[in-house]
Ligand binder design. Structure first.
Ligand SMILES: Nc1ncnc2c1ncn2[C@@H]1O[C@H](COP(=O)(O)OP(=O)(O)OP(=O)(O)O)[C@@H](O)[C@H]1O
Ligand SMILES: [Mg+2]
Length: 246
């Protein structure tokens, strides 16, 4: 692990029955960077993020976060690792029966046992960060897709994680709302200094937030580098992918 690496995936394999998903994936994420991971639908992007959270165990390989290998950890020992990580799930995954405020404050109450008044302060601050000041009492059903993503971001960053994982943060949004989310991802990086992985197959969104871009195909990283470097790739899949839909 290089000194500036925050997260390392080493020779990670994962299959579900006869579906081979990750096939010896190697990836290093540097502290403070935003790494965008792109690849076709079903190539294993969400699985990779869930492996980093310890929600899915790889068949083999190592996951190192801050110099600690996590695949061998018990549920109890995973708790402090998970507390370093905020995740914006694909589809936002808000709790429908809880208000926006309760969603954002959920982990602070359940996992960090923070006093109610402090939680309210954090919720207020984070909702304002995502430009949803005063939305505490709304129910998720009353929110648009873009608002849900912003609430999900406010929730993911509630406990000031060092790492943020974004699963398709702009998919399904109109271009203007997507631009707002991209700006929030950059603002989160700049103001909180987080290390982020953004999984997306939206080219514009990926290009706009990335310090580096990694492309997955057939279960491995086939290209990684700056936007400029990746755009010069000789790999046919990368060229086809980056050319976008025709
Ligand atoms: N819990 C699971 N049980 C069985 N198969 C799974 C499970 N989770 C994922 N898979 C399979 O693993 C493959 C990769 O899924 P994954 O959700 O990671 O794709 P993805 O790259 O995130 O795709 P998308 O861009 O559509 O979100 C798919 O074939 C999927 O059906
Ligand atoms: Mg996915």
């Amino acid at each position: 692990m290089a000194e500036h690496d925050k997260i390392l995936l080493r020779e990670v394999y994962k299959e579900f029955g006869s579906t081979k998903v990750l096939q010896g994936l190697n990836l290093a994420i540097r502290a403070g960077e935003t790494l965008v991971v792109m690849g076709r639908s079903g190539c294993g992007k969400s699985v990779m993020l869930k492996i980093l959270l310890g929600l899915i165990l790889p068949d083999s390989g190592e996951i190192v976060i801050d110099d600690q290998e996590i695949t061998q950890l018990s549920e109890k020992d995973l708790v402090p690792i998970r507390q370093k990580i905020g995740m914006l799930f694909q589809g936002s995954a808000l709790f429908d029966s809880l208000t926006v405020g309760e969603n954002v404050g959920y982990a602070l109450k359940e996992h960090f046992k923070m006093p109610t008044e402090e939680i309210q302060q954090v919720v207020k601050k984070n909702l304002s960060f995502v430009d949803l000041a005063g939305a505490e009492d709304l129910m998720p059903a009353a929110l648009s897709g873009g608002m849900k993503k912003r609430v999900a971001l406010a929730r993911a960053m509630a406990y000031q994680p060092e790492i943020l994982l974004y699963d398709e943060p702009t998919t399904g949004l109109d271009p203007i709302t997507a631009t707002t989310i991209n700006a929030l991802i950059r603002k989160t990086q700049q103001e909180l200094g987080v290390t982020s992985i953004v999984v997306t197959h939206e080219l514009d969104s990926g290009f706009s937030v990335a310090d580096r871009i990694a492309v997955i195909n057939d279960g491995v990283i086939i290209e990684i580098g700056s936007l400029h470097e990746v755009q010069k790739s000789k790999n046919n899949f990368v060229k086809l992918f980056l050319a976008g839909p025709k």
